[in-house]
Design a protein around this ligand. Structure first.
Ligand SMILES: Nc1ncnc2c1ncn2[C@@H]1O[C@H](COP(=O)(O)OP(=O)(O)O)[C@@H](O)[C@H]1O
Ligand SMILES: [Mg+2]
Length: 556
């Protein structure tokens, strides 16, 4: 993505195609500017401040707006990604998305002849019929401004009457989308400003259009009301556990009018929802348009301290995401890497298991809809007689369970045996908190070997960091798939995806099971990492290198 025409490097100056008419105007000679201004009435000149076509850079205009070179790459990029045959088909389906090119010849005051190439902007069918426009751009690109301006536009033109605006929290909806510097109140002209009723979380325009504000923390509020337009701001920043649900709820309600549409304005994070939207945009039938952009494109409107602060991240992964809006592979940004897990070859005899642990992350409260119980089963073994102990994953499952089912399942699973040697379970590890407390009591009463886990103060992320070195040092094995050589067993796939993409994964049951399980093995010294002894520079080298063994003369 970084090399495409859509992303500007810090060194680049904004080329003409990426500029707003206002920015181009500022580049004209003062004489020329005055000439143009003289042609306008004072009122017309004053209105320019609120004219989004005048202020917006091409990428900030909705996809159905006339295409310039700066925005046509979306389609070209899409076409690039297709196979040769598909390309042909798609090209026929969506004829050229860059319009006609023509040359204009001008003669300047010195009699010099200039040829300027123009491209007639045009809108291809694909962009005309967008239903979801996802603007993935760096911080400060002007995303919120785009969302607010588009809401203003659909209200002004009567395209929308019932709008939903969703922000990560209620405070964000109020402070950013409505009252922020690029929010709806700031960008609306006095003659068409909506009335804001904070207690009703509602904006009402003079023409009767209404926008309702929602927080992504309260998906339930989205159940029921219907809309004809949606603006989702900072979608990637919505609570990862509820992101998909809020998005689905919003879409269920987006069913008024002939052409309900949704605009998403966000700095991307590799969440599953964002990745899916990008994937789905490749199929034209989904009518999803993705536009990307970097912070630098809006630098003329950004304060110097902000630019200084953000450019500190230049060259880092966070910078790739926050400045250039690159969608970094979900697992690339995780704490654990998939390659750190060792594969136990399918062809090799399954190892002898010395100890079996079932590590639980329990959940059975009323909202079981959201929180499943997770369980990982580990076996302790020695990969070879001269290697230290390691653990191998023997099972992984998550399931939505009510309490009686959970108690029954844990008791039944305790009787499971694992591996060809039929190793039985030695210990159950359960967090001594919330839903784990009654389960621990019940299972202890039933005589099961329980170990309570108290996570203490560190948060989930810190707990995972604290054991990540064990995985990094190759002490955690997963069996190889018998069907697909070179891949881990399929039942471990969800586990791997979740723990390797954490903290960007939507769930964290397996993360908790893994952290607490490995912490216990570490504390019980099943898994200890010996730091290599540093050689004393003054020690006699010969003594170190000989295989000398002390023999007790009295014992011979
Ligand atoms: N085309 C534009 N012309 C003038 N100012 C702009 C333009 N686009 C954005 N801005 C301003 O730049 C600043 C950052 O924009 P904002 O929408 O808050 O960025 P983001 O949401 O991408 O972080 C705001 O003050 C906004 O009004
Ligand atoms: Mg914003």
């Amino acid at each position: 993505m970084a090399n495409g025409p859509d992303v500007l490097n810090s060194k680049d100056t904004l080329s003409n195609e990426f500029m707003s008419p206002k920015e181009k105007f500022k580049l004209l000679l003062p004489r020329k500017r005055l000439e143009l201004l003289k042609k306008m009435s004072d009122e017309e000149a004053a209105r320019l401040d609120y004219d989004w076509e005048w202020n917006a850079r091409p990428k900030q205009l909705s996809p159905d707006y006339m295409q310039s070179k700066a925005t046509s790459f979306c389609m070209c990029k899409y076409l690039d990604a297709q196979s040769k045959t598909q390309q042909k088909l798609k090209l026929e389906q969506f004829p050229s998305c860059t319009g006609q090119t023509y040359n204009e010849v001008t003669v300047d005051e010195d009699g010099k002849v200039h040829a300027i190439q123009h491209t007639e902007p045009k809108v291809c069918e694909f962009r005309q019929n967008w239903q979801t426009w996802v603007l993935l751009a760096g911080r400060g690109f002007g995303k919120t401004r785009v969302g607010a301006e588009l809401v203003r536009h659909v209200v002004d033109t009567g395209q929308a009457k019932r709008i939903s605006i969703i922000a990560p929290t209620s405070a964000d909806a109020r402070d950013v989308a409505v009252e922020g510097e690029s929010g709806l109140l700031a960008i609306s002209p006095a003659w068409n400003r909506p009335i804001y009723e904070p207690t009703k979380r509602k904006l009402t325009w003079p023409n009767g259009a209404i926008a309702s504000l929602f927080s992504a923390e309260e998906p339930e509020r989205l159940r029921g009301p219907q809309f004809d337009f949606n603006w989702s701001d900072e979608l990637a920043g919505w609570d990862p556990n509820a992101q998909q649900m809020v998005w689905d709820m919003m879409n269920f309600g987006l069913r008024l009018g002939k052409n309900p549409r949704s605009v998403v304005t966000t700095t991307p994070k590799p969440t599953i929802l964002i990745q899916n939207l990008v994937k789905q945009s490749k199929d034209p039938l989904n009518h999803i348009i993705i536009t990307t952009g970097s912070t630098y494109e809006n630098r003329s409107n950004l304060a110097a301290p902000f630019m200084r602060q953000i450019t500190q991240y230049e060259g880092t992964n966070l910078g790739r995401q926050e400045i250039y809006a690159e969608l970094i592979d979900i697992e690339e940004s995780g704490i654990l890497k998939r390659t750190w897990f060792k594969m136990w070859p399918a062809k090799k005899a399954f190892p002898d298991i010395e100890f079996v642990l079932q590590s639980y992350d329990t959940a059975f409260t009323a909202n079981t809809e959201n929180d499943p119980t997770g369980c990982l089963v580990f076996g302790v073994f020695r990969p070879s007689p001269d290697e230290p102990h390691a653990v191998i994953l023997l099972d992984a499952w998550t399931e939505h369970l009510k309490y009686p089912e959970l108690r029954k399942k844990t008791q039944e699973d305790y009787r499971n045996t694992y591996g060809p040697g039929d190793a039985s379970v030695d210990m159950l590890l359960i967090e001594d908190k919330g839903s784990g407390i009654p389960l621990i009591q019940d299972l202890q009463r039933a005589g099961l070997p329980i170990r309570k886990y108290n996570p203490g103060r560190p948060d989930k992320t810190m707990r995972l960091h604290a054991v990540s070195h064990l995985v990094h040092n190759g002490r955690v094995y997963i069996p190889e798939s018998k069907k697909v050589p070179g891949e881990f067993v399929t039942w471990a796939e969800d586990f791997l995806r979740e723990v390797c993409s954490y903290p960007n994964s939507p769930h964290d049951e397996y993360v908790d099971c893994l952290s607490q399980g490995l912490a216990m093995f570490r504390d019980q010294e099943w898994l200890s990492i010996d730091t290599p002894k540093e050689k004393d520079p003054f020690e006699d080298d010969d003594v170190w290198e000989t295989d000398y063994q002390y023999v007790n003369p009295y014992a011979v």
